[in-house]
Structures are given as structure tokens and as C-alpha cells.
Design a protein around this ligand. Structure first.
Ligand SMILES: Cc1ncc(C[n+]2csc(CCOP(=O)(O)OP(=O)(O)O)c2C)c(N)n1
Ligand SMILES: [Mg+2]
Length: 1035
């Protein structure tokens, strides 16, 4: 049996792993009287002869009493018997024992063939020849499934013999290997299954629960002759391989000692991505958003996105001066945006590659968020115009949890991008680590199985197989709007980067790699041999591309300045002026007319849909809201309502996402009302404010911080005309999204000159709830704020003597030894905001929360905004604001000065306490209980960073005789003290101390013991009002 592969049989040892659960399910016999007729089994064991006979006799009595698969099988068999009575296996009445045996044998053989076909569909990929090096099994296991016919003796597994090979078998409807034929010989069946499932493509899809989807895949790959290419297609493929390979060669020649994370060993990724894009463009896609790691990124920029080569080459010139502000990033992290004509489809296409940090896979949710936003703003609910492609490394795809988190967003209504094509550059190594030490799953792609995404493994040294797989992947995405994975099993020709020596750690693999003929040569030889191209044409193609590179290289040498903004992945046309600067530099007023406040308040207190029954507890809450509106006051939830509602009126899309945000963790928000009598009937009153308002999206997210925050950050990248907020369930949970905060939010603009206005709502406050759920870790955000603690920031409009324009807040402050000018100009507030990397606030009043949310959108630029939000203050009777603080003319207060008795006679005041957030209410209560309103002033710092030097200075100077105290409820090594202290020193010219009052340093953010919590609260409140506490102390 020469056609069969002769792999070593490991049948004996592995005999117990023969059957998949699916198969076993099929074996379970069903009583005909107690349920639907059992189908024709797909497995040999399912066809036990007595069962089959039972089916047969039932069929004889009434063909409709058995499943239609049995019906068709017996019908066919009786036709056969009618043609050749000598061979008849079907008696007219109760059969003899011997004829029954013959019937059973025929049925059993057919069943055996069916299960054999199914075995290939399920397990064929385990023996597919996927590794171009021929060393490792792509599934890390050399085991050959016992039910694949790799040697003739394995026919016995199905009770078949070599003599059966030339018998014809009926093909089941679950295979397409027959093409237009309904029967094939066993030999041909095995040959076709081998060629579909065990060559250079390994298909994993039988775990998909949807039969239609499985059939679709089977048809795409099993149908004879599907993988055929015209000579034009082959020539295009060759030309793309030339570009991919010669680009890397060119960089290697010109900059032999530069890191570039070359693609050598997986050059086929360029034609692979281009095929996905061509095919998608053909099906109507106009915008493709890509995310990818380091490997081959420059090549993708050059040959997929088509960034000008000279701009890429410039990045290798160490002497070029950067023209943009910010610290920039290495070349293999930068992003790109490009609109062009797709040459294959002649249609317009926009391609963008999202800038990313070194942190592998962190960009995945960001790309998905940006894609979702682009789809949303284009009204592309089905993802027919905008799609995402994510490229992964094998080690990172298997190892990074955010991959899993991102997959889990893929089918959620408010997060789906309607299918992503994932491409894995599976070079079978991660830096120096062998995959057998890097993952426990057979393939690096197994994580995709959780969302029923099909996985197409393909040997990257077979370019035509790769192209076919990629075009099916694009079609899959277009047909089913679901994720799909293309696993390019390849190798890495060099070390991790071009400077690394791979022989230290992978000597045998690299011996083979050194012998490996590059894919371009292999493919060119093939096309030349079959006469598709001539050697001369091939050489000309190479020479042509080399010339293009040389010319671009020549031009790159004329460049003197490097513009990072040329690498922007998400331009916002119209938002900035032509030079990329804000159109104005003012902090707009954020108050709104009272009738708008009232209208929003009324909607927030109502149920806009008819016959909609809400919970009685909620009715009470709505009545409470209506009362507040009558009294012209708001609590936290209403203030938020008014901020969102007023922005919606102004055409700004508002999106609030996070765990349980619809109701609110603290049951205060209730933005989605649920009908108590009709399942899943909901109402979002915020979308019933005005007929022409912008849409409001509020969505409970999956229980993920890393994935969801990344997603919202990406969402906020797409447009400046939106307020995108992510709320942590409790503030400390943001730490599982730390990578997004550190790598994107705090540093994004500095690295990639990209603005982002994402808002983080982080519930924070020491309320005796234990070490978790208390602190949103303000100290971390403040530590990463970029304003200089030691420098007196001054406006560029008023430079200190001897300092030129542009000093101070624009990022180049005068050195601290320069005598600081004691003047702050009018634009100080806005220029400070413009220069900072993010804004950190802790509002003590609902009105200020309202203003800061509105300011976020009304500012002429975008900065991330971190808001420490309250918990107990949500319902605190004192934490209410009047409409007067929100109407036109009112605006955000960076500092809320003391306005009580102490402020009337400031020179009498003995102590000025500065604080932020909820502790203010504790301090006021304590002051009142001690009767110290005249001696002690309390001033609130609402915008902590950038630090309001100007207003703090005013406050301190207003109380010349007062001791200055910083009071916080957090432990001393946490909270705000380390941030505010040096800034106070600067503003006070180190002439007055700022004393610390608060909890002692600690390891945990809060105690788990309620009594200890209260004792420590009382202790620091006592100190705050003990006017002798710092007597005699030095600073
Ligand atoms: C989150 C994270 N951890 C560690 C690293 C350091 N690192 C850079 S590349 C790399 C190996 C990546 O292997 P793989 O994903 O297979 O991609 P390849 O380099 O093989 O293309 C590692 C560990 C990183 N960049 N990101
Ligand atoms: Mg790898």
C-alpha cells in the first residue's frame, strides 16, 4: 500500500486515547420509543451489530421510524442488493444467521470508514508536516493517533483489511473529499484525507459546536482541487516574497549591528498579511487595524502598510534630531496610519498599525477597542467595513494572560469587533526558550479554542498553503464574524535579535537552520521548474526591489530631522491645527444653563418607556432624585448624569465601561433599568434626553481589568469627540491592568505623540473595609506624574529674567536655584494641563466631579484623567452640590479654599489644613465638635496633579500666621504626601514647614479590623486639631 504514509506505529501504548468524547456520545444507544430516532453513528463501536440489526428491522417495518441517515444507508444497500441478488445481504423476512452477519459486516465497514474520516478531521493535524525544519512536532508530541491510517496494519483498528482498500464506500454528508462523487474506494478516501489533513496544513476545528461552521471548513479544505493558483497569483506571491526577504537583507547589509527583529524564517508573513487584507478588501473592508509585536514589524511597515522606506531608514540614523516633544520610542514600536489604494482590488483602504510597548500582547485589547470605536462611529455594526488583525509570537500567545482576556471580549455585544484574524509567527522559540519549557498546551494557539475559533496551522515554507489558509481565514471572518487563527509554523533564522547568538542555547535547531534553504529560493525554484517564471524574471524582480531600497536609502540621508508625528497611528483630522497644535489654549467654562440641568435631572428621575415596571426600591431612588432636582441639588450620581447628559446634548459620545457599571458597584448609578416582568427588557434613560443627542453606551464588562482597560484606551484613541470612561470595581483592582497604565496611559504621549482622553474612575477611601477595596493607590499615579516638584512652573508668557520663551511649564522649567518669579500668568492652568502626562483629581463635591468630566472634553487637547471616586460620599448628606455650583459661569475648582469663619479673619487662623477627598468631611465634623472654626482653616486640593502651585501659594499666603498641615486618611507612605510635600516646599521657598497628619507608614493599605480603623482615624483627627502638636518641632 504505497500511498499510505509509513510513520512508526505507536498503537499499543496509546490505545486508550482512541476516541474523542464526541464519538463516545454517539455510541449511547437510544430507545426508539423515548426520543427522536438515533442517527447513523459515526463510529464503529456505535454500529454494534445487534443495534444495527435492530435498526434494520425497524427500517424494514417503517423506514420513517429510524433516523434519516439510517434510512439512506439501508436504501442504498438494498439498491445494491437488488442489482446483484447473489450478493444480497437483505432478506425480505427475518434473515438467516449468515445473511445477518453479512449485513452487519457491510454496515460495520461503512461505519468504520465514517469514523476513519472523522478521525482525520479531528486528529489529522497531529501528524501534519508543519515544521519546516522537520525537527519538532508542532503539537510538541510525536504521538501518532491510533485511528489514523499511517500504516496498513492500522486498518485493523477499524476491523478493515488490506483487501478492503479497493472496495467502494458511500461517503457521509460530513465530508467533501468526494467532490461530485458520492462513493470512493477506501484507498482513495485515505489518500484524500491525508492530503487535506496531514500535509502542510493542520486544521483544528472539530471542537466548534456549530455544525454549519464545521461543514464550511470541511468544504473549504476537503473539496478536491481547491488549492489551485493561477500563474498571476503565483507571480504576485513570489514578488511579495522577494520584497519581504530583500527588505531584511537590505537592512542587514546597511546596518549589520542594529537590532531590527528581522522576519527571516517567516518571510511568508508579508504575503500572508497581504492576502488577508486583499481578500477582506474584496469583501468590502475599508479599514484594517493591525497590532503586532517586534518580529518583522519594520517589514510590515514597509511592505504591508507601505510606509515610505526613507522614513524607516531614517530611524536607523542615530544622529537625527527629534523634532517633536516627548521622549520617543524605538523604531520597532512605532505605529503608522496610511490610506491607499489596494492594488489587487483597486479599492481604497486605510491601514493602521497601533504603536505598542515592549510588553508583548498588551496591544491586543487596545487594537480591539480602536476597531470597535471605528466600527461604531461608521455605523458598521456588523464589522463589514472595519476589521482588526492581530499578529502574535508563539511564546507570547501561549504565555500572556491578556490574550485570553482579549478573546473573551470577542463575542460580547459592546466589545465585539465581529471577528479578528490572528496570525501567529510560530518560530518555535521565545527568545532563548524552547516551547517545551514555555507552555503546557500542545500548540501555542490552544487559547483560541475557548471562543470556538478555528485554528489553521500551516507550514510556513509552503507559501501557497499559507496563502490559501489566509484567504480562507479572511472569508471565515467575513462569513461568520468570528475570530480565526492562522498559525504560521516557521523558524527564526537568526538569534532573538540580530546581535544574539542562538547556538548557545539551541545548537541542534540552529545547525538545521543553517542548512535550511530560504523559502524564497525554494519557491522561486519551484515556479521556475514549472515554467511560471523564468530565472531572468526572478532576478529582475529582485534587482528592481533592491533599487527601490537603494534609492530610498539615498533620500534618507538628506533628512536632518526626525518627526515622530509622522508615525502617528490615530490622527484626529480637524481637532488640532495643521501643525498638530491645539486650536486654542484656554480652559473653557464648564457650567451649563439651569434648564438643561433640570431637564437631565427629570429624565434621570423617570422611566421614559411606557408600561415598564421597575423595582420598588428603584422607584424610591428615582423619587429621591426628583426631590433633589426640585431642591436644585445633586448628589454624586446625579452630577455624573448631568455631566454625561450635557455632553451627549453637545454631540459627544459617552461610553462608560467596567464591571457592573450599569447599576454601579455601590448601587448608586442605575443607568440601565430592568423591567421586573419582562425578561431582558431594559431602558437606558440617558438615551432619551434629546432627539438629536449623541448615543450613550454603558456596558458591564467581563471580569477583566487588563483587557477591558486596554480596550477602552483603544476606544478613546479613535476619536477626540468622545468621553470614554473605565471604572474599576474598587480602585485597587486597577493593578491587574498596570501594564496598560504604565505602558500606554502615563507614557503614551511621550512615546508616540498621541493624545488620549481616557478617564479612569477609581473608587477610593479608607472606610474600614479591609486592606483590599480601600486604596486606589494614588501614590502610584502621582509618582508617575511628570510635573517637576522642585521647579517653580511659570507660564511661557512670563519667562523669568534671563530665560527664553518656552521655559517653565512647557517642559523646560528653570533650574531650582534660579530665583523664582512670584507671578502666575493667566494661561498657567491650561499650559500646566497641556504639559502634563495625565491629570489626577480627587473631587470632594459632586459639582466638581461634574465640571472635571466636562472639562475633559472641552479642553482643546486630550490628557488621561484619573479620578479617585468616593464610596461613602455617594450617600453622604453633606456631599451634595447646589445647581448654583454647576450653572453657566461655574467651573472646575482645582482648589476649594476655606470659606467659613476662618476665611473671614485669616490673620487669626492658627492652622491651615490642606487635604483632598473624603477626609475633608471627617475634618469638618471634628473641627465643629471641637469648636475650632475660627482657629483652623481647611482647604481642599481637588486637582492633585498637575499641582496647582498658583492657588496653593495664594492660600498659604492668605494665612500668614498659620501652621500648615497636610492631612490624609491614607498611610504616610501612601496617598498624596510624598507628592505634595516637595511641591509645598517649593512654593513656600522652604521657609515654612508642611506638617504631616495621617496614618503611620504601613505595608498594607488599610487594616482588616474595624476597631483599629476607627482608633487610627480618631488618633489622626486628634492630631489635626491639636494646635500644640508640632510645637518645638523642627523641619
Ligand atoms: C510581557 C513581556 N515579557 C517579557 C518580554 C521580553 N521578551 C521580548 S521578546 C521575548 C520572546 C518572545 O517570543 P515569541 O512571542 O515567541 O516571539 P518571537 O520573538 O519568537 O517572534 C521576550 C520574552 C516582553 N517583551 N514582554
Ligand atoms: Mg517565537
Amino acid at each position: 500500500m504505497s500511498q499510505l504514509r509509513l510513520l512508526p506505529s505507536r498503537l499499543g501504548a496509546q490505545a486508550s486515547r482512541l476516541l474523542a468524547p464526541h464519538d463516545i456520545q454517539m455510541f449511547s444507544r437510544r430507545s426508539r420509543s423515548s426520543g427522536p430516532p438515533a442517527p447513523f453513528p459515526s463510529s464503529k463501536r456505535g454500529g454494534s451489530s445487534s443495534y444495527m440489526e435492530e435498526m434494520y428491522f425497524a427500517w424494514l417495518e417503517n423506514p420513517q421510524s429510524v433516523h434519516k441517515s439510517w434510512d439512506s444507508f439501508f436504501r442504498k444497500a438494498s439498491e445494491e442488493a437488488a442489482c446483484d441478488p447473489a450478493q444480497s445481504r437483505f432478506p425480505e423476512s427475518r434473515p438467516s444467521v449468515s445473511s445477518r452477519t453479512k449485513t452487519s459486516k457491510l454496515v460495520e465497514d461503512h461505519l468504520a470508514v465514517q469514523s476513519l474520516i472523522r478521525a482525520y478531521q479531528i486528529r489529522g493535524h497531529h501528524v501534519a508536516q508543519l515544521d519546516p525544519l522537520g525537527i519538532l512536532d508542532a503539537d510538541l508530541d510525536s504521538f501518532v493517533p491510533s485511528d489514523l491510517i499511517t500504516t496498513t496494519d492500522k486498518l485493523a483498528f477499524y476491523d478493515l483489511r488490506e483487501a478492503d482498500l479497493d472496495k467502494e464506500f458511500q461517503l457521509p454528508t460530513t465530508t467533501f473529499i468526494g467532490g461530485s462523487e458520492h462513493t470512493l474506494s477506501l484507498r482513495e478516501i485515505i489518500r484524500r484525507l491525508e492530503s487535506t489533513y496531514c500535509q502542510h496544513i493542520g486544521l483544528e476545528f472539530m471542537f466548534i459546536n456549530d455544525v454549519e461552521q464545521c461543514q464550511w471548513i470541511r468544504q473549504k479544505f476537503e473539496t478536491p482541487g481547491v488549492m489551485q493558483f493561477s500563474s498571476e497569483e503565483k507571480r504576485t506571491l513570489l514578488a511579495r516574497l522577494v520584497r519581504s526577504m530583500r527588505f531584511e537583507d537590505f537592512l542587514a547589509r546597511k546596518w549589520s549591528s542594529e537590532k531590527r527583529f528581522g522576519l527571516e524564517g517567516c518571510e511568508v508573513m508579508i504575503p500572508a498579511l497581504k492576502t488577508i487584507i486583499d481578500k477582506s478588501s474584496e469583501m468590502g473592508i475599508e479599514n484594517v487595524i493591525l497590532g503586532m509585536p517586534h518580529r518583522g514589524r519594520l517589514n510590515v511597515l514597509a511592505n504591508v502598510i507601505r510606509k515610505d522606506l526613507e522614513q524607516i531608514f531614517c530611524q536607523f540614523d542615530p544622529k537625527l534630531e527629534a523634532a517633536d516633544e516627548g521622549s520617543g520610542d524605538v523604531k520597532y514600536h512605532l505605529g503608522m496610519y496610511h490610506e491607499r489604494i489596494n492594488r489587487v482590488t483597486n479599492r481604497n483602504i486605510t491601514l493602521s498599525l497601533v504603536a505598542n510597548p515592549s510588553h508583548l500582547e498588551a496591544v491586543d485589547p487596545v487594537v480591539q477597542g480602536k476597531t470597535k470605536a471605528e466600527q461604531f462611529y461608521r455605523g458598521d455594526a456588523q464589522g463589514k467595513k472595519v476589521m482588526s488583525i492581530l499578529v502574535h509570537g508563539d511564546a507570547a500567545f501561549a504565555g500572556q494572560g491578556v490574550v485570553y482576556e482579549t478573546f473573551h471580549l470577542s463575542d460580547l455585544p459592546s466589545y465585539t469587533t465581529n471577528g479578528t484574524v490572528h496570525v501567529v509567527v510560530n518560530n518555535q522559540i521565545g527568545f532563548t526558550t524552547d516551547p517545551r519549557m514555555a507552555r503546557s498546551s500542545p500548540y501555542p494557539t490552544d487559547v483560541a479554542r475557548v471562543v470556538n475559533a478555528p485554528i489553521f496551522h500551516v507550514n510556513a515554507d509552503d507559501p501557497e498553503a499559507v496563502i490559501y489558509v489566509c484567504s480562507v481565514a479572511a472569508e471565515w471572518r467575513n462569513t461568520f464574524n468570528k475570530d480565526v487563527v492562522v498559525d504560521l509554523v516557521c523558524y527564526r533564522r537568526r538569534g532573538h535579535n540580530e546581535m544574539d547568538e542562538p547556538m548557545f542555547t539551541q545548537p541542534l535547531m540552529y545547525k538545521q537552520i543553517h542548512r535550511q534553504v530560504p523559502v524564497l529560493k525554494k519557491y522561486a525554484d519551484k515556479l521556475i521548474a514549472e515554467g511560471t517564471v523564468t530565472l531572468q524574471e526572478f532576478e529582475e524582480e529582485i534587482a528592481k526591489y533592491d533599487r527601490i531600497c537603494e534609492e530610498a536609502y539615498g533620500r534618507s540621508k538628506d533628512k536632518k530631522i526626525l518627526h515622530i508625528k509622522h508615525w502617528l497611528d490615530s490622527p484626529w483630522p480637524g481637532f488640532f491645527n495643521v501643525d498638530g497644535e491645539p486650536k486654542s489654549m484656554t480652559c473653557p467654562a464648564t457650567g451649563i444653563p439651569e434648564d438643561v440641568l433640570t431637564h437631565i435631572g427629570e429624565v434621570a428621575s423617570s422611566v421614559p418607556l411606557k408600561d415598564f415596571k421597575i423595582h420598588t426600591g428603584l422607584s424610591r431612588i428615582l423619587r429621591g432624585r426628583a426631590d433633589m432636582i426640585k431642591n436644585r441639588t445633586v448628589d454624586w450620581a446625579l452630577a455624573e448624569y448631568m455631566a454625561f447628559g450635557s455632553l451627549l446634548k453637545e454631540g459627544i459620545h459617552v461610553r462608560l465601561s467596567g464591571q457592573d457599571v450599569e447599576r454601579g458597584t455601590f448601587s448608586h448609578r442605575h443607568h440601565v433599568l430592568h423591567d421586573q416582568e419582562v425578561d431582558r427588557r431594559t431602558c437606558v434613560p440617558m438615551n432619551h434626553l434629546w432627539p438629536d443627542q449623541a448615543p450613550y453606551t454603558v456596558c458591564n464588562s467581563s471580569l477583566s481589568e487588563y483587557g477591558v482597560l486596554g480596550f477602552e484606551l483603544g476606544y478613546a484613541m479613535a476619536s477626540p469627540n468622545a468621553l470614554v470612561l473605565w471604572e474599576a470595581q474598587f480602585g485597587d483592582f486597577h493593578n491587574t491592568a498596570q501594564c496598560i497604565i504604565d505602558q500606554f496611559i502615563s507614557t503614551g504621549q511621550a512615546k508616540w505623540v498621541r493624545h488620549n482622553g481616557i478617564v479612569l474612575l477609581l473608587p477610593h477611601g479608607m472606610e474600614g473595609m479591609g486592606p483590599e477595596h480601600s486604596s486606589a493607590r494614588p501614590e502610584r499615579f502621582l509618582q508617575m506624574s511628570n510635573d517637576d516638584s522642585d521647579a517653580y512652573p511659570v507660564s511661557s508668557a512670563l519667562p523669568p529674567p534671563g530665560q527664553g520663551q518656552g521655559a517653565g511649564a512647557t517642559g523646560r522649567p528653570p533650574p531650582s536655584h534660579t530665583p523664582a518669579p512670584q507671578v502666575f500668568t493667566e494661561d498657567f492652568e491650561v499650559s500646566q494641563l497641556y504639559d502634563c502626562n495625565w491629570i489626577v483629581v480627587n473631587c470632594s463635591t459632586p459639582a466638581n466631579y461634574f465640571h472635571v468630566l466636562r472639562r475633559q472634553v472641552l479642553l482643546p487637547f486630550r490628557k488621561p484623567l484619573i479620578i479617585f471616586t468616593p464610596k461613602s460620599l455617594l450617600r453622604h448628606p453633606e456631599a451634595k452640590s447646589s445647581f448654583d455650583q454647576m450653572v453657566s459661569g461655574a467651573s472646575f475648582q482645582r482648589v476649594i479654599p476655606e470659606d467659613g469663619a476662618a476665611a473671614q479673619a485669616p490673620e487669626q487662623v492658627r492652622r491651615l489644613i490642606f487635604c483632598t477627598g473624603k477626609v475633608y468631611y471627617d475634618l469638618v465634623k471634628e473641627r465643629s465638635s471641637q469648636g475650632l472654626e475660627e482657629q483652623v482653616a481647611i482647604t481642599r486640593l481637588e486637582q492633585i496633579s498637575p499641582f496647582p502651585f498658583d492657588l496653593i501659594k495664594q492660600e498659604a499666603e492668605k494665612y500668614p500666621g498659620a501652621e500648615l498641615v497636610w492631612c490624609q486618611e491614607e498611610h504616610k507612605n501612601m496617598g498624596y504626601y510624598d507628592y505634595i510635600s516637595p511641591r509645598f516646599m517649593t512654593i513656600l521657598s522652604r521657609a515654612r514647614p508642611i506638617w504631616y497628619v495621617g496614618r503611620d507608614p504601613a505595608a498594607a493599605p488599610a487594616t482588616g479590623n474595624r476597631n483599629t480603623h476607627l482608633v487610627s482615624l480618631k488618633k489622626f483627627l486628634d492630631t489635626a486639631f491639636n494646635l500644640q502638636a508640632f510645637e518645638g518641632k523642627t523641619f
